[in-house]
Design a protein around this ligand. Sequence first.
Ligand SMILES: [Zn+2]
Length: 224
Amino acid sequence: MSGALSDTELLELYTEGRNLTQQSRMLLTLQIILGSPPERDLNALSLGDRDRCFWTAREKLSGTAFDAKIECQSCQEWMEISCGPDFAIPEKVQDSAVVPFQGEDYELRLPNISDLQAAKAGFPYERLNPSAPWQEPLFRKNASQALEKADPGMDVLFLANCENCESSIEASLDVFRFLWTDLQARAQSLLGEIITLARAFGWSETQCLSLPPARRRLYLEHLA
Ligand SMILES: [Zn+2]
C-alpha cells in the first residue's frame, strides 16, 4: 500500500475517473492508490483486499469516521447511521475457505473483482470452485458462512433498527462510494484553490500544486 494520494494524483484520478463506468473507475482508482503498473491484473484482487485498499485511501483523505443513510426495506424511511473514528474494516483470516459437505472437503477461493464482472443473475459462486455442489442449498449456506469467516472484511454489514417501524435493517458498506464522494469533494475544493491563486497571482495549475499544501493555505488565508 503506497502513501496518500498527492493533490496532482487526486486531480488526475478525478478528471479521468468521473467519465468512466463504475467498474472502470474503481479499477483506475485501485491502480493509482496501489501505485501498480498498468499491466498488473487487478481483477484477481479479492473483494476484501479491494475494500481494505479503498478504506485506507479514504482514511488518508478524510479519516475513518463517517455518516451514511440507509433505507428501511419495510417502511422506506431513511435513517442516518454514524461510525466513529475507531471503525476499521476487519482483516482477512485466511486466503481460502474449506467447506466440509457430505464427507468431502471443498476448498473455495475468496471472491475477487473478476467474479463481479462475470456476475449476471446473482453472484457466480461456482467460479470459487467449479466442482463443488452449488446446487445444494445447504452447501451454499455453509459456503457463504465459511467465506464470511475467512474474510469478514469482504462484505461489511451494518445492523440497525428502524426508528419508525422497528424492523431490523441490514445494509452493506459501499466503501468505494465513500472514497469517491470524498475524493470528488476534495478535487472540487482543490480546483477552487487553484482558481483563487491563479486569479490573484497568475500562477499556472502546476505552480499552484507544486506549493506544499501548508504554504498554499498561507497564501489562501491572506487572500481571504
Ligand atoms: Zn421501517
